[in-house]
Design a protein around this ligand. Structure first.
Ligand code: DX5
Ligand code: ZN
Length: 214
């Protein structure tokens, strides 16, 4: 299992320390949640802060934009060295164009679906997507409860990917812990985002390992 710890649960007064702490784990990526107070009812951090995260990070960055009109920030996300740039399906009027703009900039294109958005909407575009990020909570906050019907969505998405020969990986975000992670692994997901589960653990590196081994 690939694991992407979410910095949203870090101690923002000690961001550099917490980024270095994740550097020292076996995590695959560092997950960065950008919010605008419009697409989601919360605001996290913006590009001036991310400049310092980039400096400290030794893992590739997995950037999740929970903002309206994410296409306006493709250059900024590229400049922070993101490997994956994920936009929300619900925030893009012209998703096909945005996906290709992200890929043209040399990044992996991720598309996220809110819990209530059906997987079937990706049917025609799945071959062009590198990462599908299924939200398993309503986006905006860490430490929320996992929504169980996500498991059906993972199975449906797995079948869509396998039947079309798409290379997309399935990433799940929200309420992930060892228990929900196990169910998600069985349902066919490839990558887990974890905020609260990693950062509130007595031993975060061990929490990351637990998820990797699922
Ligand atoms: C929520 C964010 C998540 C969040 C997950 O809107 O997209 O990445 O940090 O946090 P946990 O793992 O605590 O549910
Ligand atoms: Zn996220």
């Amino acid at each position: 299992m690939l694991v992407s710890p979410s910095l949203l649960s870090a101690d923002f007064g000690n961001l550099e320390r917490d980024v270095k702490m994740i550097n020292a784990t076996d995590a695959t990526y560092i997950h960065i949640d950008i919010m605008d107070g419009v697409f989601v009812p919360n605001i996290s951090f913006g590009f001036p802060v991310l400049k310092y995260i980039k400096k400290a990070a030794e893992k590739p960055l997995d950037v999740h934009l929970m903002i309206v009109e994410p296409q306006k920030f493709i250059n900024e996300v590229k400049a922070m060295g993101a490997e994956i740039m994920t936009v929300h399906y619900e925030a893009c009027l012209h998703l096909d164009r945005v996906i290709h703009q992200i890929k043209d900039m040399g990044m992996k294109a991720g598309v996220s679906l809110n819990p209530s958005t059906p997987v079937s909407l990706l049917k025609n575009i799945i071959g062009d997507i590198d990462v599908v990020l299924l939200m398993s909570v309503n986006p905006g906050f860490g430490a929320q409860k996992f929504i169980p019907y996500t498991l059906d969505k993972v199975r449906e998405l797995r079948a869509l990917i396998d039947s079309t020969g798409s290379k997309a990986i399935i990433e799940i975000d929200g309420g992930v812990n060892a228990d929900t992670g196990k169910l998600l692994a069985e349902a066919g997901c490839d990558m887990l985002v974890a905020g609260n589960y990693v950062f509130s653990a007595a031993n975060p590196a061990e929490a990351v390992r637990t998820l990797i081994e699922l």
